[in-house]
Design a binder for this molecule. Structure first.
Ligand code: FES
Length: 576
């Protein structure tokens, strides 16, 4: 609504004279009858559909269901494209473009005659990107994620997209699988519409959107091809019209309490470390105070309840049939670990939404009394002279015997440098070595790609070693596993201490103590710093230049400095 109580779309479609005529006439070229301009809420449907983003390729169908709901509720739906980010194809990383999607979608929402928006996402970066946009515009908004793929099936067993890739690669390198078997497995792993069906980043961020109150209950888990996803999408179309009428905005939903709920839910589902970065960036858009340490402190009381790969056994389809996210949130609520009053797009508090949620399978969704993993084994935040701005490690995806570890560093300035020698039988490495892979942060790669969990050296794989400590300023796919210290801040390319490590230095990782220590004196580090120089910029023009000049570090969510905060939804000046 504008200050005089009108819908903002009225300033376009309700205008008299030349301006109103232009706005209406060209819309009528799409075949709409004049009644659509009678002052009803205009609902934008931001779709990240693209054939270059396979996880989102069915969103056109989802949009049709949303439209039905909007029409049903007396609104006027208009679908528009927002940048589609396909995790598997985009180079150097889809993360380089999350902020560009957020910026594009924000500007489209503000510049167009919209009163509310439905956000259609799926693949990893599209969910946080659209939420960040909606947060900065603060128009009423509902998210509908596209849902996970059906379980992968390979030779009689369930295989998880993403998670199985790492295992298949290790099996290929170690000679346990042939190239032909790998090619056959590709088709078995991804066999329907939808995003990765492990508890990877897409499933995690869909769950975060639901836990924040921005999606309808069960939205995160209905498989992409399940009729109930389309039913939920239609319901979302009805709901957004109500939200416009009630003026319930993202800033009223995504409060500090909602973020605390999301962080605890992330711990309970064994969610991706990428949620840390995305939630920090989202909070920055809303002015909600949130720090890296909140993730450690709030998660310490929360056990892992959901038995999904990569931490556990099952996949998203199983999670859905077991009761989905509401069953998990009910466990948290009954343990006093959920802010029940946090308002959601249903118009009710999240506690009311999940109060009666049933669980149908306790193998998949565990109880607080008998969890999958005990409290305090989720994502830990590490600090020390190697990561003064912090770093994270996903304990549940790590090997217990490596969580306290001291080893000598073997340092590489890029994953490519490492892979150039990783198969060398003469490589000076053993299971105690700490692999340091650097210059992979926001400025470094650029875009902070998911390259941190480099495959183990071949000679160790052949000896049966399945894990070793790795330290990196990049990210790791939510589908991946291993004892990998991630998001080291400041990154090497910003002059962080990671840039000063040398092969042979001793490094101590102490996760119980939350420390990461480079055993080199401050004097020696000062000498090394004096000899260090900033790497050359990656680009002299375009988005990459803008990104590298303005991106914040991982501990601030890797947003651009000038995108932090909100610009609101004030109607811009006329165009003609
Ligand atoms: Fe899109 Fe995994 S590649 S969700």
């Amino acid at each position: 609504m504008t200050e005089n109580g009108e819908l903002r779309s009225t300033q376009w479609f309700g205008a008299t004279g030349r301006t109103g005529m232009a706005h209406r006439s060209w819309m009528r070229s799409e075949g709409f009858t004049p009644e659509v301009f009678d002052g009803r809420p205009v609902i934008g449907i931001a779709t990240t559909w693209s054939e270059l983003a396979p996880c989102n390729v069915h969103l056109q169908r989802v949009a049709e269901s949303v439209k039905r709901g909007v029409w049903q509720a007396g609104g006027f739906p208009l679908e528009f494209p927002a940048m589609a980010l396909g995790e598997t194809l985009l180079r150097p990383t889809a993360m380089l473009y999350r902020n560009l999607l957020a910026m594009e979608a924000e500007e489209l929402m503000r510049a167009n005659p919209l009163d509310g928006v439905v956000l259609l996402s799926g693949c990893d970066k599209t969910t946080p990107g659209l939420l960040m946009a909606a947060a900065s515009v603060d128009l009423p908004a509902v998210m509908v994620t596209g849902g996970p793929m059906l379980n992968g099936k390979y030779r009689g067993t369930d295989v998880g997209s993403g998670t199985a890739v790492w295992r298949f690669e290790e099996d290929l390198v170690a000679g346990r699988m042939t190239q032909e078997e790998c090619v056959f497995a590709e088709g078995c792993m991804a066999r329907s519409n939808g995003h990765c069906m492990t508890m990877g980043t897409a499933s995690t961020m869909a769950s975060m959107a639901e836990a924040l109150g921005m999606q309808l209950p069960y939205s995160a888990t209905w498989p992409a091809v399940d009729a109930r996803r389309y039913e939920t999408a239609q319901r979302a179309g009805q709901v957004i019209v109500d939200l416009v009428r009630q003026e319930l905005r993202p800033s009223a939903i995504m409060t500090r309490a909602a973020f605390e709920n999301a962080i605890r839910v992330n711990a309970a589902i064994g969610g991706s470390t990428n949620a840390v970065i995305h939630l920090l960036a989202l909070a920055g858009r809303l002015g909600v105070p949130l720090s890296l340490d909140d993730f450690d402190v709030l998660a310490r009381d929360v056990p892992t309840l959901v038995n999904l790969q990569p931490n556990g056994q099952y996949l998203m389809e199983d999670f859905c049939y077991a009761g989905g996210l509401p069953a998990v949130m009910r466990e948290l609520a009954e343990a006093g670990l959920l802010h029940a009053e946090a308002i959601t797009v249903t118009g009710f508090g999240i506690g009311a939404n999940v109060a009666d949620a049933p669980c149908w399978n306790r193998e998949v969704i565990k109880t607080m009394a008998e969890p999958l993993q005990p409290a305090g084994t989720g994502t830990a935040v590490l600090r020390g002279n190697l990561a003064p701005g912090g770093a994270v490690i996903k304990q549940s995806a790590s090997s217990a015997h490596l969580l306290k570890h001291r080893g000598r560093a073997l340092v590489f300035d890029s994953p490519a440098d490492y892979y150039a020698v990783s198969n060398d039988p003469e490589l000076d490495v053993d299971e105690d070595t700490v692999l340091v892979i650097r210059y992979c942060g926001p400025r470094g790669y650029p875009g902070m790609p998911e390259v941190s969990n480099v495959a183990l050296p071949r000679k160790l794989l052949l000896r049966g070693v399945r894990d070793m400590v790795r330290i990196c300023d990049g990210r790791m796919s939510g589908t991946a596993y291993g004892t990998v210290v991630l998001h080291v801040a400041p990154e090497a390319a910003a002059g962080g201490p990671l840039a000063l490590v040398r092969t042979g230095d001793w490094i101590t990782l102490d996760v119980p103590d939350r420390t990461l220590t480079l055993e080199v004196s401050a004097e020696e580090l000062a000498e090394r710093r004096a000899a260090w120089s900033l790497p050359a910029p990656h680009a002299s023009r375009g988005w990459t230049r803008l990104y590298c000049e303005h991106v914040l570090q991982a501990d601030s969510g890797a947003d651009l400095d000038f995108l932090v905060g909100a610009s609101g939804h004030e109607v811009p000046r006329e165009s003609h």
